[in-house]
Structure formats: structure tokens, C-alpha cells
Design a protein around this ligand. Structure first.
Ligand SMILES: [Zn+2]
Length: 244
């Protein structure tokens, strides 16, 4: 720290280095907290819910169709049996009243069963239709959601690219400045940057520190005033790098 004197150019370079560091931090923060990212994750969650609903309704639909098939099969076998029994009843082979009564009973039973199956089938068909309607509606919602996701993804990518490009440019300028700055000056700046990320180096312009805004003692102020212009020292209150 003692006898560390920066030329006018070096002082400018030091402050421009600090400016690039501030810009880099700001860009990094912006990239990390882009509102599009939160929006995208919300949209993806919504899409997941929609897809789950479609899957559930499709599974339901498969069950309905299975039941439909089962009912149709049973109905068709009942109809076959009804024709058989009906045919037998009027074929003339039946001679006793008891036999006729038994066939009529079976017909009655088969018809009752047929009615029950038919109304069950109607109910299933109507439920199946409802499920299809819901699937179609939800599929349209999914299409809108996918579209929204693409738009937000595109915006996110574009903004991210713009900010990353700006950050790379700032990084390049920073690297150039680092190359021309004296190692000792750079070291004293870097040593304080972790503690004071936005203002590790401040200009001296009187007893009040431009970093911590505390007032130095008159003796300390006089000491700095007595230094050569461009001399680097530190604030006795906060430790920031002070350029005389
Ligand atoms: Zn200070």
C-alpha cells in the first residue's frame, strides 16, 4: 500500500475495471432472475397437470370401451339364446304345459337381463362420450399451453443470449484493463472486492469517505491530503481503497 502511485490513466482504468465488475454482477443477477424463467416453470407445471388429466381420461376411456365390448358380447349371446328359446317354444316339439312354462320363464328372465344390460350400455356410452368431449377440450388447452411455452422459451433464450453477450463484452473489456494495470494496484483492488463488491475503490474528496460515508479524523484527512495525487491508500474506517 505504501508508495503505490497510480498514473491518471491507471486511476481511470481502475475505476473502469470497477464499473465492468458492477456491470457483470448486475448482468449475472439479471440472467439468474429473469421473470421468463419463473413463468416458464409455471407453464410447465400447468402443462403437466393437463397431461395427467388427459392420461386419466384416456385410461377411463379404455375402461369404458372394455365394458362396452363385454356388454355387447353378453347382449348378443342373450339375443341368440332368446331366438333359440322362442323358436323352441313355437316349434311344436313342446307337448307339456310345464315345458312351455319353463321356456316362457326363461324368456322373461332373458328379457329382463337384456333390458338391464341395454341400460348399462347406454350409461357407459354416455360416460364414454363425456370422456371424449373432455379429452378434446383438454387437448385444445394443451395446444394453447404448448404454444405459450414456446413463446416464453423463445423470449427467455433471446433475452439470455443478449445479456450473455453483454456480459462477454464486459468480460473482454475487463480482461483488457487487467492486462494494462500494475499488478500491485490490481491486487489491492481485488483484495477488497469481496468485501465491497460495488465500491472497493473510491476517490478521496475530503474527510467523508465515499464508500462508508464516515468522517475520518482531521489527522487522517491531512495525511491523505499530503499524499501525491494518484496515491493509493485506504480508508481508516472501512478499509476501502482510496485514491488521492
Ligand atoms: Zn470508508
Amino acid at each position: 500500500m505504501e508508495n503505490l502511485i497510480a498514473s491518471n490513466d491507471a486511476v481511470e482504468q481502475l475505476f473502469s475495471l470497477q464499473g465492468e465488475d458492477a456491470l457483470l454482477r448486475q448482468l449475472e443477477h439479471q440472467i439468474k432472475t429473469l421473470p421468463e424463467r419463473e413463468k416458464l416453470s409455471f407453464l410447465l407445471e400447468t402443462k403437466k397437470v393437463t397431461e395427467d388429466l388427459i392420461f386419466a381420461k384416456q385410461t377411463e376411456g379404455v375402461e369404458f370401451r372394455k365394458n362396452e365390448k363385454r356388454l355387447e358380447l353378453e347382449l348378443s349371446s342373450i339375443e341368440t339364446r332368446l331366438e333359440e328359446v322362442d323358436g323352441k317354444l313355437y316349434s311344436g316339439v313342446i307337448t307339456t304345459e310345464k315345458e312351455a312354462k319353463s321356456l316362457q320363464d326363461e324368456i322373461g328372465h332373458l328379457k329382463g337381463r337384456k333390458d338391464a344390460l341395454e341400460s348399462e350400455l347406454l350409461e357407459i356410452l354416455s360416460l364414454s362420450e363425456d370422456a371424449t368431449t373432455i379429452i378434446n377440450e383438454v387437448n385444445s388447452q394443451l395446444e394453447v399451453q404448448n404454444n405459450d411455452i414456446h413463446i416464453v422459451e423463445d423470449t427467455l433464450k433471446r433475452v439470455e443470449n443478449e445479456l450473455t453477450k453483454k456480459a462477454l463484452e464486459a468480460k473482454t473489456r475487463r480482461d483488457e484493463t487487467v492486462k494494462v494495470l500494475k499488478t500491485e494496484i490490481l491486487k489491492s483492488y481485488e483484495a477488497r472486492r469481496e468485501l465491497f463488491p460495488s465500491d472497493a475503490v473510491v476517490r478521496f474528496d475530503g474527510p467523508t469517505c465515499n464508500g462508508c460515508h464516515l468522517t475520518m479524523s482531521a489527522m487522517e484527512t491531512d495525511r491523505i491530503k499530503g499524499l501525491e495525487v494518484g496515491a493509493l491508500t485506504e480508508c481508516s474506517e472501512c478499509g476501502r481503497l482510496v485514491v488521492r
